[in-house]
Structure formats: C-alpha cells, structure tokens
Design a protein around this ligand. Sequence first.
Ligand code: ADE
Length: 224
Amino acid sequence: MKRFQVITLFPEMFTGVFGSSMMWKAQKDGIVTLETIDLREFGLGPRKQVDDTPYGGGDGMLLMIEPLWKAVMQAKANDPSAKVLLMTPRGERWRQALAQQHSESDSGYIFICGRYEGYDERILELVDEEVSVGDYVLTGGELPAMTIVDSIVRLLPGVLGGAASAEIESFSDGETLEFPQYTRPEEFQGLKVPEVLLSGHHGEIAKWRHEQSIKAGDEKYRQN
Ligand code: ADE
C-alpha cells in the first residue's frame, strides 16, 4: 500500500480533498493511506513556535529548521524508504509524465508544505525533489500537495473506474488533449451534439476524436 504523509501547519485543509471522491475510495479500497502530520506539534516552547525572522533581515517569517526537521524525521521513521518532496515555486514544474513515473514507483511520499515567506534552506538536506505546480506563487504548499497527490493516486491500479480511461485521457502521451464529449440531450438551447457522434459509425467517430485531440493539443501548445 502506497503511503502519503503531508507535513503541514493546516491539516484541516486536507479533510475535504482526502475525504471525498476518488481519494476517499482509494483509501477505502486499501490502495493508499493519506495522512497529515501537524507541523505545530513539533513547534518549540510553550507557544509551539514554528517560524522566526530571517537572518540578514528581510520581510516576513520563515519556517524554522528544527520543527520541520523533526516532522520529516518522524515521517521517515514511519516509512524509511519514502521520497521527500518539497512544495516550492522554485521546483521542477509538475506534469503528467512525472505523475505517471511516481505512480509506478514502489516508494511512499512525504510532502513538505511551506508557509509564510519560506523555510530555512537547511531543510534541503532531507529533500529528494523540489516540486512546483506552476509559475505563480501561492500562500503555501497545501494546494500543490493536494494536486500532486491526486495526480499520482488516480493513476494507481484500481483507483479509476475503467482501465481505458487512463490511456485515452488528456496528456497521456504528453502531447494531445482529450477530445470533446457530450451526453443527453442531443440539443440544448439550440446547441447540438456533433452529427458524427450520433452516426453510429465507429471508424468515423474514432477519426473525428483523434483529429479533435490533436487540435486541442495544438491550441494548448500555442498558449505556452
Ligand atoms: N508554494 C507556493 N507556490 C507554489 C507553487 N507554485 N508550487 C509549489 N509550491 C508552492
């Protein structure tokens, strides 16, 4: 069973995402465990301090090394071969190929979610990979961690409904995007389902879907 441990100051943020839909089902079916580790529990002193001002001056507060280090050590004690991923906009941009790669590995994962203006750089000693979800800055690593966990878990055998879904879906070959799909009714407020999909012509339908996938891929490529 693949184990995901997320170190965060805001474990309550994960309740909805880990407790719903496919993430919930993957746990219920014994495919994964999704856990949070509350960084506050490793805070220093009676006030459980986790952050402090940066040496050399500057705005804001940084996560201190000691609570963070202890939290990672506890997570590693739980799962010694787990990979440690640090959520940071400085990291490698997450993409489908990485989700695929990680879904095929046997190891578990420890996610570190940054907060405030950053973290004490010495935590990198314990980090295997620095990961970003895109070229924009969020207030913390929680949303990126949820995104990455979801993208890996849904690829694990048994999580998705149909085995075919993972093959035909968006980005699975790294280039094309999924074709447009429609369900009932055939017409809604004057908007019609493309004729070819109602034709019952499997060859024509497959050809149309293939063309549409390539078109979507080209359009996305032009945006980047
Ligand atoms: N923390 C803040 N912004 C982030 C991003 N874009 N990716 C990963 N972690 C982050």
